[in-house]
Design a protein around this ligand. Structure first.
Ligand code: PLP
Length: 394
C-alpha cells in the first residue's frame, strides 16, 4: 500500500519523533520530565466538568449535532458574547461564528476549503505545524516567510515578492506566537489588514493563546481592526484557556463568507461536536472566569521559575510576555549541534524532554522550546539535570 503523495510531502510530525526518543529514555530507566508538547497538565475546572457530566446522561444529547440544534445555537451565542466582552467586537452568532473540533481541525480545513493546486499559502516560519502541514495536505503551494528574532518574529509584508503575492490566497498569522512567544500589537494587525485589502488574500489568525499573557499584556484580536471582517478569520481554542485540550473544542470567527465555506467543507467531513461538550463549553465561556486567572497565575510562576533557574545555570533566555512556552537559543557550548541533536542529547542524558526549533520549520534551527506543563518541583529537578549537561566535558 502506498500512501498518497500529499502525505509523503509532509515532514515527520515533531511529536512522533519526540515520542520515539522519550520511549527509548523510559526503556533505559530514565525518569521523564516532559516539557515537550504544549499539553496542559492541570485538569479542566470543576464547574465545566460538572456540566459535561450533567448533560452526558441525557439521551437527547447522544444524537448527531446539527447546526439548528439548541446546543449549537446556544454555543454560538455564548462564543459571540465571550468575544464581545473580551475584545469589544460584535459577531453575528449565526453567520460569523463556527464551533470547531479543536482549532487545529479548523486551521487544517481552512486550507482544504480554499487552496487549489496552484494557489500559494504564505506561512511565517517557524510556526505551529498545522499552519504549513495543512497547506501541504490540501495540495496547495507552501511559501515560507522566514521570521527572525531581530524583527520580533514579525513578518514584513512589503518584502514578500510581488509574483508570490499575486498567486497567494491565504496567509497564516498567530500572535502570541507558538513557538517563539513573540507578541504583536494593534499596529501590526492594522498593517496586515491594510496589506491584504484588495488582494483577495484571506488572513487566518490563530489566537490560541488569547488569555495566556502576563505582566499586564493583553493580546489583541485582529478583528478589532476596522475593515478586518473583509478578509479575516480568527481561530480560538478552549484547550489552553480552560485546560480542555483533550475535549477537542475550539471555534472560528470572522468574515461570513469564509466561515460559510469552512462550515461547508466540514459538513462533508464531520458531524459536529458531542453535545455535552458544547454545553460544558457554554459554561466555560459564560461562567465565572476566576479559573482563567488561576491558570495564568500558575504559568506565570512556572515561567518566572524556569527563566531565572536557567539564568542561574548560565543559560540566558528571554522572558516571554505570553503563551506557556519559553523559547531559547541553544547554549553556546552546544551551538555546533542542530536543535534536534541537542534535544536528543538532553533526553538521553537527563530525561528532560523539550522541543527542537526545527519541529516548527527550518527557521526554528538554533532554538529549542520549553512548555511550562510540569510543576515547579519538576522544573527545579529539570534545571538541576540540565546544569549537569551544561557542565559536561564535550
Ligand atoms: C498556536 C496553536 N494553535 C492551535 C493549537 C491547537 O489547539 P486545539 O487544541 O484547539 O486544536 C495549538 C496547540 O498547541 C497552538 O499552539
Amino acid at each position: 500500500m502506498h500512501e498518497a503523495n500529499r502525505l509523503k510531502r509532509l515532514p515527520l510530525y515533531l511529536f512522533t519523533i519526540i515520542d520515539g526518543l522519550k520511549n527509548e529514555a523510559i526503556n533505559a530507566g530514565l525518569d521523564i520530565i516532559d516539557l515537550g508538547m504544549g499539553n496542559p497538565d492541570q485538569g479542566t475546572p470543576k464547574h465545566i466538568v460538572d456540566e459535561l457530566c450533567k448533560t452526558a446522561v441525557m439521551k437527547e444529547n447522544h444524537r448527531y449535532s446539527r447546526p439548528i440544534d439548541k446546543s449549537e445555537i446556544e454555543l454560538r451565542g455564548a462564543i459571540a458574547a465571550w468575544y464581545y466582552k473580551k475584545f469589544g467586537v460584535s459577531l453575528d452568532p449565526k453567520s460569523e461564528v463556527l464551533p470547531l473540533i479543536g482549532s487545529k481541525e479548523g486551521i487544517a480545513h481552512l486550507s482544504l476549503a480554499f487552496l487549489n493546486n496552484d494557489d500559494i499559502a504564505l506561512v511565517p516560519n517557524p510556526a505551529y505545524p498545522v499552519h504549513f502541514n495543512g497547506v501541504l495536505i490540501a495540495g496547495g503551494i507552501l511559501h515560507n516567510i522566514p521570521i527572525y528574532e531581530k524583527d520580533g518574529y514579525l513578518p514584513n509584508f512589503q518584502k514578500i515578492p510581488n509574483d508570490i503575492v499575486e498567486k497567494s490566497k491565504l496567509i497564516f498569522l498567530s500572535y502570541p506566537h507558538n513557538p517563539t512567544t513573540a507578541v504583536a500589537n494593534m499596529e501590526f494587525f492594522r498593517d496586515a489588514v491594510n496589506w491584504a485589502k484588495g488582494k483577495e488574500i484571506i488572513i487566518g489568525h490563530d489566537l490560541a493563546y488569547s488569555d495566556i499573557a502576563f505582566d499586564g499584556y493583553k493580546a489583541p484580536s485582529i478583528l478589532q481592526v476596522k475593515g478586518s471582517k473583509e478578509m479575516c478569520i480568527e481561530f480560538h481554542t478552549c484547550s489552553k484557556t480552560y485546560n480542555m485540550a483533550g475535549w477537542r473544542i475550539g471555534f472560528a470567527v470572522g468574515n461570513r463568507d469564509i466561515v460559510k465555506t469552512l462550515e461547508k467543507t466540514k459538513s462533508y467531513i464531520d458531524f459536529g461536536i458531542f453535545k455535552p461538550i458544547q454545553y460544558a463549553t457554554i459554561k466555560a465561556l459564560s461562567g465565572p472566569q476566576t479559573c482563567v486567572k488561576r491558570i495564568i497565575g500558575i504559568y506565570k510562576k512556572r515561567r518566572d521559575f524556569l527563566v531565572s533557574g536557567l539564568k542561574e545555570i548560565g543559560w540566558d533566555v528571554p522572558m516571554p510576555k505570553a503563551t506557556f512556552y519559553v523559547w531559547a537559543r541553544i547554549p553556546d557550548k552546544y551551538s555546533a549541534l542542530t536543535s534536534m541533536e541537542f534535544v536528543s542529547l538532553l533526553i538521553k542524558e537527563t530525561g528532560v524532554v523539550i522541543a527542537p526549533g526545527t519541529g516548527f520549520g527550518e527557521y526554528g534551527e538554533g532554538y529549542v522550546r520549553f512548555a511550562l506543563v510540569e510543576d515547579i518541583s519538576r522544573l527545579k529537578e529539570g534545571i538541576k539535570r540540565i546544569k549537569r549537561v551544561l557542565e559536561m566535558e564535550t
